[in-house]
Design a protein around this ligand. Structure first.
Ligand SMILES: C[S@@+](CC[C@H](N)C(=O)[O-])C[C@H]1O[C@@H](n2cnc3c(N)ncnc32)[C@H](O)[C@@H]1O
Length: 304
């Protein structure tokens, strides 16, 4: 058994399910804002064991197998039971998968054009609102890859934190701008229509927040995702990953994720988890399938 180190464990009160009407973990709740008082928490500090080397290796084998099988998939792959259940509950997930696979570069644009966006919560992610409101997020330049409608970009933006939302889809960026341009904090964020994998940013970031982007890209792109994180973050910058969906379904998007999936691509680049906790503020059916990971690079100092 190895230990990730001393981690902060946050036991947040759950949001009130009366406000939420969810039919799947990748579907849209009613758009009600949640008052900050719902995010009260207690905080303990304990040592958390991570997966041992054996389970980590088997996870990695599973990832390789899953990646190979996903790469072979074309339209309409065989679905596992949990995948099929997800689709039965929310037919938009199936439509989204077919659209994304139908055109490798333009599939996301088609989803936005046809309003097939089952991932869109219609509100900021509660845990990011909570971290922002409690002063638990780094300040400085921040980036949200695959930002979609931009709710999280807007939620984190403030005079001390300038946030850049990046999305491949023209329609998504237009929607994000339309939703947010008249907000009082509009001077503290911007939206760019760019491909995360090829975009040349003139400045590095203090914080990058990834939610439902890692699980949206083909698993074969995960190493490239990690390299981009490394090249876009300042050496002492922080990467926050809200890991979802932690499950065992086949296919995607959303592709299943595990802590080991992130470790596999981030560890070789020197990133280590500062903390990994269950997200008790996950919405509806996403509950129990999300973990919040905070990663930093270990900077090796020259002795000279
Ligand atoms: C599953 S959605 C998540 C959107 C948003 N993070 C949310 O939680 O609502 C994935 C988003 O990533 C965008 N996307 C996909 N590939 C991208 C790429 N290479 N660069 C930038 N954005 C990309 C899609 O257009 C889509 O808006």
């Amino acid at each position: 058994m190895r230990f990730a180190g001393v981690l902060s464990i946050h036991n947040w009160s759950s949001i009130n399910s009366r406000f939420i009407n969810i039919v799947s973990g990748y579907s849209r709740p009613h758009n009600h804002s949640l008052p900050p008082s719902r995010f009260l928490r207690t905080c303990n500090t304990v040592a958390i064991p991570t997966a041992d080397a054996t389970s980590s290796n088997s996870d990695r084998k599973a990832i390789r197998e899953s990646t190979e099988s996903n790469q072979k998939m074309e339209n309409g792959p065989p679905q596992s039971q949990s995948q099929q259940e997800l689709i039965n509950l929310n037919p938009d997930v199936n439509k989204m998968q077919l659209l994304v696979r139908s055109d490798h570069s333009g599939g996301w644009e088609k989803c936005w054009e046809q309003d097939v966006t089952p991932w869109d919560l219609g509100q900021p992610t509660p845990v990011i609102v909570h971290l922002h409101q409690t002063g638990a997020l780094p300040k400085g330049r921040t980036m949200v890859p695959g930002c979609g409608s931009g709710y999280d970009v807007v939620a984190m933006a403030c005079p001390e934190r300038y946030v850049v939302g990046v999305d491949l889809s023209d329609k998504a960026i237009k929607k994000a701008i339309e939703l947010s341009s008249s907000l009082p904090n509009a001077d503290y964020f911007t939206f760019l229509k760019e491909d995360f994998f090829t975009w040349h940013s003139t400045e590095l970031f203090d914080l990058i927040f990834d939610y439902t982007f890692f699980c949206a890209i083909d698993p074969g792109m995960r190493s490239a995702w990690a390299s981009r994180m490394e090249s876009l973050l300042k050496p002492d910058g922080e990467l926050i990953t809200l890991m979802f969906p932690i499950s065992d379904h086949d296919g995607g998007p959303p592709y299943k994720v595990s802590i080991a999936d992130y470790e596999e691509v981030l560890h070789p680049l020197g990133f280590k988890a500062v903390s990994i906790v269950d997200n008790d503020l996950a919405i509806g059916a996403r509950k129990g399938r999300e973990k919040l990971g905070r990663w930093k690079r270990l900077i090796t100092q020259s002795p000279l």
